[in-house]
Design a protein around this ligand. Structure first.
Ligand SMILES: [Zn+2]
Length: 382
């Protein structure tokens, strides 16, 4: 795309450099990237790969004096079960009318509150893949994923402040009001999709000079990563990977997407998660998690599907980072899930408050993938 360039050293953001008028939400209705259904018939270029390697876990960052954490906010008074389910929630646009791809502001705020009240705490995909679940005892991890980088998700106002009516704005306000709501979400961005899905609604470069535009994107990316959020690749512009004409095109859509995002990231930042546009796999599945474009390789530990329900724990033998199921936050979906967990709390991942251990009931100990987690201590008998 026009402003694509090769990876370059990161520049220091200049706060307050640009002034943009906030866009109104109805504008969003014009574009539904995820809901796109284009009519071009699928053309398989490669037979489906029969070998689906299980993702290797990301090594956790060096543990900073881990200790057992007691919850200060809402938590369950139940024994730990770190083999329980983890919901990976999938959000798209903010707005109304609600549907699979739209969540109202009111309901998004309510989702945060309801999950918190029910003892859930956010972690990123990166943390889940690394088994780095550093949550208080009695709480359950939940991953928030946000696809398509649209304006309603994150916008900087003219004075450079975060628009409080965006998802990032609401998240920030919620975590300030509830300090136990730590960590962040996973933002699967489209660097070159049509406005307003290009890096949270940045204006096309023909409407604003390129330096200003890139500076604003950089400040948003900086804001996310310095506040515990994760940046995830959602390909260059949301093309269906199953419709690529060949393997090179798959790698271009993913690799060029990665390179275009990396321009805004610190040099040492690794993108570890990719969300498949519309959940469609390339004919050669492994190209979704590993490939090369123009001499740059990409490698993902986590590949996000678009549906499938709650995911198994990363400590479970059956966990496959290369196929992570998600729960689309469609109308009614989250209340239903929470009601189910109320009735069957044993299905939930329940933390023991100690990130050094995998704490499970005796009856489940044979399901623990001990070989994948040599640094974590298995603790049974709960
Ligand atoms: Zn999408």
């Amino acid at each position: 795309m026009m402003w694509y360039r090769e990876r370059s050293p990161r520049r220091t953001p200049t706060p307050g450099a640009a002034v943009l008028t906030a866009l109104s939400f109805p504008l969003l209705a014009a574009l539904a990237a995820c809901a796109n259904s284009d009519a071009v018939p699928a053309e398989a270029t490669e037979p489906l790969s029969g070998t689906e390697a299980v993702a290797a876990p990301v090594q956790p960052a060096e543990a900073a004096t881990p200790s057992v954490r007691a919850a200060r906010g809402p938590a369950l008074d139940l024994p730990p079960n770190e083999l329980g389910e983890i919901m990976v929630l999938e959000y798209h646009r903010l707005g109304e009318p609600e549907g699979e791809f739209y969540r109202s502001r009111e309901h998004f705020a309510q989702d945060l509150q309801n999950l918190y009240d029910a003892g859930f705490r956010p972690i990123t995909m990166r943390q889940m893949l690394a088994g780095d679940i550093n949550l208080p005892a009695g709480t359950t991890p939940v991953v928030f994923t946000f696809d398509d980088s649209s304006t309603g998700q994150f916008y900087l106002r003219g004075d450079g402040s975060v628009d409080p009516n965006t998802m990032v704005g609401m998240w920030t306000a919620f975590s300030q009001a509830n300090p136990e709501w730590e960590n962040g979400g996973t933002w699967c961005v489209l660097p070159a999709a049509d406005h307003p899905s290009n890096f949270f609604g940045e204006l096309p470069s023909r409407e604003v000079d390129r330096t200003t535009r890139e500076d604003r994107i950089r400040r948003k990316v900086d804001y996310l990563i310095s506040n515990g959020h994760e940046i995830c690749n959602h390909t260059l512009y949301h093309a269906r990977l199953d419709k690529a004409r060949d393997q090179a095109q798959v790698q271009e859509w993913i690799g060029r997407g990665e390179d275009s995002i990396r321009v805004y990231l610190p040099e040492d930042y690794e993108i570890v998660t990719l969300a498949l546009p519309l959940g469609m796999w390339p004919a050669t599945k492994s190209l979704a998690w590993s490939g090369t474009y123009k001499g740059h390789s990409y490698e993902y530990q986590g590949i996000l599907e678009v549906s499938g329900g709650p995911n198994v724990s990363p400590f479970d033998r059956s966990f496959n980072g290369h196929s992570v199921n998600r729960v689309i936050v469609a109308p009614g979906a989250l209340p239903r899930a929470l009601t189910r967990y109320e009735k069957e709390p044993g299905k939930r991942f329940i933390s023991d408050g100690d990130p050094r251990t995998i704490a499970v009931p005796d009856s489940l100990s044979s399901r623990v993938a001990k070989d994948r987690w040599p640094n974590l201590q298995l603790k049974t008998g709960s």
